[in-house]
Design a protein around this ligand. Structure first.
Ligand code: ATP
Length: 301
């Protein structure tokens, strides 16, 4: 569904150039529900903006649903934003109208007319579990309920891709769980591809794939050992699993064979201020050690 290859985004501010994405490679399959995590300034929002067609990459390859996003005309880009992608932001309530009801807010962006518009809005409110609150004015809804209205709106025009930037950033952890459950439900029932950008490691633990981004590049990837659904089923049966065992972490290897090793791993083998590590093949494994470390057992003795 989405292919990013060597994706670069450079922001030019006055005489300064900021490399927000520095040759990012990422593949997202249709129907995936995945999260992108990373520190502030790592390039998460920049990537989401590229995926949403809100901004264009400076270089590299970005293909979404068979469309080349670098070459797309302005007209096609507008159509893409309107028809193929839905957005959920952290403070969605800002974009909703407080004195309109939940139903009226959802009706606003729907491209249909009359009765069909009303029916579609009711269908969307049902999909996000808000039928019972449809006639409440927006300001009478909780933060989590307002976020559900926003999700309904994001789905209004049947997008294939839903992009969520810190969707649980301003709600408490119980609401955050409910919103994530809703994403999972929508992903399962309508098969929509969902990409969530978050700081929240707990939220990231609840999806099957988490990609970590550092300095505008993918640094590592965590894949769930079992699907979240399988894990929930096991929890219900009382076969609880240790949290830290839920994902396997992979370092990302690029086409040139370059690998980013987490700083904590390097520090643990005594590599801190050096730009070299010793690389050896031993028993079918690639072993990284500090440059000062002895190379082999013989040398060590
Ligand atoms: N419009 C812009 N003009 C100039 N620089 C920008 C612009 N947008 C982002 N940047 C810079 O690009 C880098 C990546 O920013 P980005 O917002 O993508 O990070 P982020 O990971 O989403 O951070 P946060 O979690 O704080 O939102 C940062 O150094 C940021 O200052």
């Amino acid at each position: 569904m989405i292919t990013c290859e060597g994706l670069v985004k450079i922001y030019k501010a006055a005489d300064l150039e900021v490399f927000a994405l520095q040759g990012l490679d990422l593949q997202i399959d249709a129907g995936e529900l995945m999260a992108i995590i990373g520190n502030s300034g790592s390039g998460k929002s920049t990537l989401l903006n590229m995926l949403g067609g809100l901004d264009r990459p400076s270089a590299g390859r970005l293909e979404i649903d068979g469309k080349n996003m670098l070459k797309m005309s302005e007209r096609d880009l507008v159509r893409y934003k309107r028809e193929s992608v839905g957005f959920v932001w952290q403070n969605n309530a800002r974009n909703l109208i407080p004195y309109l009801s939940a139903l009226e807010n959802v009706e606003l962006p729907i491209l249909l007319k009359g009765k069909r518009k009303r029916l579609r809005a009711l269908e969307l409110l049902e999909a996000v579990g808000l039928t019972h609150r449809k006639n409440n004015k927006l300001h009478q809804l909780s933060g989590g309920e307002q976020q559900r209205v926003a999700i309904a709106i994001a789905l209004a025009n049947h997008p294939k891709l839903l992009l969520a930037d810190e969707p649980t950033g301003s709600v408490d952890s119980r609401m955050a769980d409910q919103i994530l459950d809703l994403f999972r439900e929508l992903n399962r029932t309508i098969g929509i591809t969902i990409v969530i950008v978050t700081h929240d490691p707990l939220l990231a633990k609840k999806v099957d794939r988490v990609v970590a981004i550092r300095d505008g590049k993918i640094s590592s990837e965590m894949l769930r050992r079992k699907s979240y659904a399988e894990e929930l089923a096991e929890l219900e049966l009382g076969i609880a699993q240790a949290e830290e065992d839920s994902h396997v972490e992979f370092a990302v290897l690029d086409k040139a064979g370059r690998l980013q090793v987490p700083a904590a791993y390097l520090e643990s083998i005594g590599v801190k201020d050096s730009n070299k590590v010793k690389l050896e093949l031993a028993d079918g494994k690639i072993v990284l050690t500090s440059p000062e470390a002895p190379s082999s057992p013989e040398e060590a003795s």
